[in-house]
Every structure is written in C-alpha cells, then in structure tokens.
Design a protein around this ligand. Structure first.
Ligand SMILES: Nc1ncnc2c1ncn2[C@@H]1O[C@H](COP(=O)(O)OP(=O)(O)O)[C@@H](O)[C@H]1O
Ligand SMILES: [Mg+2]
Length: 152
C-alpha cells in the first residue's frame, strides 16, 4: 500500500526493504499533525489542511482507503506532509468505504482540533472536491453516515 500510495502521488516514507513480517522504511523526523496543527500559524494550517485534502483525494481516486485517516498518522517534515500507518488500509472503490474514511478524518479533527474544525474541514473538502470527480457521491454518503451516528 505504501508503494501504491507513493505512485498515486502521496508523500509516504520510502520503503527500504521487506522482511518476514516487517517493513523497513525511512524514519520521518518530524512532528505529527496531531501535535502541531493547533499551534501553527494560519497560513501553514491552511496549507496542511489542503494537503490533507489532496492526500485523501489521491488515495480515493486510486481506489485506496487508509482505514485510520487521523492526524496522528500524518507527519510534517520540511514543508512536506507524510502519510503513515497503512495497517488498516485496503483497496476499495466503494462509496461507503471512502465515505467512512472521510468520516474518521472528520471525527479525528473534531476530537483533537475542535477550534479549527470548520476552517480545516472546508479547506480539506475544497481540494478533495477539486481533485476527485466522485467527491459529490462520497460526500452525500458522508452526510448519511453522520446522521446515522447522530440518531443512534
Ligand atoms: N516512518 C515513520 N517515521 C517516523 N515516525 C513513525 C513512522 N512510522 C511510525 N511512526 C511513529 O510511530 C507511531 C505509531 O506508528 P503507526 O504506524 O501509526 O502505528 P499504530 O498507530 O498502528 O500504532 C506514529 O504515530 C508515529 O509517531
Ligand atoms: Mg497510527
């Protein structure tokens, strides 16, 4: 999944080798988005949000879902945003799977970055919609999932 994500244009750690049950990869010496987003200046925060939107659109466009698209799994280093932790990832073009991927992202922002929830979400969606032609369908399902959760 790491190599497929890289081919899809997503910045991920370089895979150095595969062993029996482990993957050797570059260590990204940076800070997670979870630990830095709330302290970033507005300009950078907007850049990070748009980069998250781009990441999500590239993933979904290539038929991948990450499975744990939270800010703990994104690392900032040298003006680049790395996506890690594909342990729950899978290949899926299903509207439901991709909408759930976005829903987890939204919930993660709500939990850890509530102050900037609206701003970051709008910037993420702006780029997601620009890059991904299925976005309207996915977002429609996203709304359905939100309602489902709300009335449970
Ligand atoms: N390639 C990497 N470079 C730098 N830090 C990493 C890398 N992979 C994982 N980490 C760090 O380890 C933490 C846990 O790894 P992760 O792959 O997210 O596993 P999980 O969340 O399933 O425990 C990450 O949140 C990150 O802080
Ligand atoms: Mg993780």
């Amino acid at each position: 999944m790491l190599s497929r994500a890289a081919r899809a244009g997503i910045t991920v750690p370089n895979v150095l080798g595969l062993e029996k049950s482990s993957i050797r990869m570059d260590f990204i010496e940076g800070k997670t988005v979870k630990d830095s987003l709330n302290d970033l200046p507005e300009k950078e925060r907007v850049w990070v949000s748009k980069s998250i939107g781009e990441m999500a659109s590239f993933l979904h466009k290539s038929g991948m879902v990450h499975g744990d698209l939270t800010t703990s799994n994104m690392i900032l280093k040298d003006e680049k945003l790395y996506l890690i932790d594909f342990g729950l990832g899978k290949f899926s073009q299903k509207v439901e799977d991709q909408a759930v991927d976005l829903f987890l992202l939204y919930e993660a922002l709500k939990a850890a970055h509530y102050k900037y929830l609206n701003e970051t979400w709008q910037n993420i969606l702006k780029i997601y919609k620009q890059n991904y032609s299925n976005a309207p369908q996915i977002l429609k399902r996203f709304e359905k999932i939100s309602l489902r959760r709300r009335y449970k």
